[in-house]
Design a binder for this molecule. Structure first.
Ligand SMILES: Cc1cc2nc3c(=O)[nH]c(=O)nc-3n(C[C@H](O)[C@H](O)[C@H](O)COP(=O)(O)O)c2cc1C
Length: 323
C-alpha cells in the first residue's frame, strides 16, 4: 500500500506508533519500524537529552529502518530542556519528529535545517492549519476517541477527518480509535493517508510495559474510559480506576475552586508505577476508547501485517463487491 505518508517517511506500511509516556522506549519503536510501520521513541520519558541520546543509539542498534522521536510540549512552568532534546535528535541522526502539546514553531528552524520531517499531532482543524502554515510536513489528526489528550473541542474522527481532508494540503494520518484493518480502510476512505495508534500498540508482545497493563486493555470495554482534568483545560482520556473516581469526585465537589494540587497525588509520577511496576491503581493513565477493540496481544509484526492485509481485503472485496 503506497500513500503520501509511506512515501514521505520512506516506510512500507501507513501505520505509525504515536509517542507514549513510559511505553515508547526503543524496544517498541524498533519493533514497529521493523514491522514496516513508523516507530516513535517518546522523548520526555528519557528526562534528559543525554538519556535520549542513549535511547536513540539503542534504537539504531535494534533497527536499520526509519524511526522517529516524539517531542511533547507540556503546559508546565519548569520547561524541560527542549533545545537539548532537539540537539540529541539531530546528533542521533533521527530524521522524523512527532510533535504534540502545542505547535512546534520554536523548534522548526532547527529541525528543518537538519533535514528532519515533522509530523505534528493535534486535535483540531485550526491547529492542523497552523502546523501546515509553519512548515510541518504532515499532521496526525487526533479525534475525541483518542487515548491521552483529546483537546477541548470533543470532535470525533467521523467529522474531524473529512474536515481535515477539505482543509489541508499536506498529508495527514487518522489518530484516535484506530485498531485494525477496518480502521485503516475507513481512515483512507475519509481522506487520511494512514493511521496513528497509541493504545493498540501497548497490547503487543514487544511493548516494554508490565503484563498487568496489557491485561487491563484486554479487559476494558467501550464504557471504561473517563475524561479527567477538564477544569484545567487539559482534558485527558484515561482508563477508569479508583484513583480516577477520586479525581472526578474532587472535580465535581470543588467545582471552580479546584487547583492542580487537589489532584496531584493521582496524576504526578504515576506512569513508572503503572507501566513498569504494574500497579494499576497508582493513578490516572491514558487509554483510548479503542481498548474495547483489543482482543489479543500479537507481536508488532503480526499486528501491522494483519492491519494492512485486512484493509486490503476490505477495499478489494467487501467494498468492491458492493458496486
Ligand atoms: C499511555 C499513553 C501515553 C501517551 N503519552 C503521550 C505522550 O507522551 N505524548 C504524546 O504526544 N502523545 C501521547 N499519547 C497519545 C498517543 O501518541 C496517540 O496520539 C493516541 O494514543 C491515539 O489514540 P488511541 O489511543 O486511540 O490510538 C499517549 C497515549 C497513551 C495511551
Amino acid at each position: 500500500m503506497k500513500t503520501k505518508i509511506t512515501e514521505l517517511f520512506d516506510i512500507e506500511h501507513p501505520v505509525i506508533q504515536g509517542g507514549m509516556h513510559y511505553v515508547g522506549f526503543a524496544e517498541l519503536a524498533a519493533a514497529v519500524s521493523n514491522a514496516g510501520g513508523l516507530g516513535i521513541i517518546t522523548g520526555l520519558t528519557q528526562r534528559t537529552p543525554e538519556n535520549l541520546a542513549k535511547e536513540i543509539a539503542r534504537c539504531h542498534e535494534l533497527t536499520d529502518k526509519p524511526f522517529g522521536v516524539n517531542l511533547t510540549f507540556l503546559p508546565t512552568v519548569d520547561s524541560p530542556d527542549y533545545p537539548g532534546f532537539v540537539r540529541a535528535i539531530i546528533e542521533g541522526g533521527v530524521k522524523i519528529v512527532e510533535t504534540a502539546g502545542r505547535n512546534p514553531a520554536e523548534v522548526m528552524p532547527y529541525l528543518k535545517a537538519a533535514g528532519i520531517k515533522v509530523i505534528h499531532k493535534c486535535t483540531s482543524i485550526r491547529h492542523s492549519l497552523k502546523a501546515q502554515q509553519i512548515g510541518c510536513d504532515a499532521v496526525s489528526v487526533d479525534g475525541f476517541e483518542c487515548g491521552g489528550h483529546p483537546g477541548e473541542d470533543d470532535v470525533p474522527n467521523m467529522i474531524l477527518l473529512p474536515l481535515a481532508a477539505e482543509a489541508l494540503d499536506i498529508p495527514f494520518v487518522a489518530s484516535g480509535g484506530m485498531a485494525d484493518g477496518r480502521s485503516l480502510a475507513a481512515a483512507l476512505a475519509l481522506g487520511a493517508d494512514g493511521i496513528n495508534m497509541g493504545t493498540r500498540f501497548i497490547a503487543t508482545k514487544e511493548a516494554p510495559v508490565h503484563e498487568n497493563v496489557k491485561q487491563a486493555l484486554l479487559a476494558a470495554t467501550e464504557r471504561d474510559t473517563r475524561l479527567i482534568m477538564r477544569p484545567f483545560q487539559n482534558t485527558e482520556r484515561v482508563l477508569n480506576n479508583p484513583a480516577v473516581e477520586r479525581i472526578l469526585e474532587k472535580e465535581r465537589t470543588l467545582g471552580s475552586k479546584i487547583s492542580f494540587d487537589d489532584i496531584a497525588q493521582e496524576v504526578v509520577g504515576v506512569y513508572p508505577r503503572v507501566m513498569l511496576e504494574g500497579d494499576m491503581n497508582a493513578g490516572a493513565w491514558s487509554c483510548g476508547l479503542v481498548a474495547s477493540l483489543i482482543h489479543d496481544i500479537p507481536t508488532c509484526d503480526e499486528l501491522v501485517q494483519r492491519i494492512v492485509k485486512d484493509a486490503e481485503q476490505i477495499i478489494r472485496q467487501r467494498l468492491n463487491q458492493l458496486l
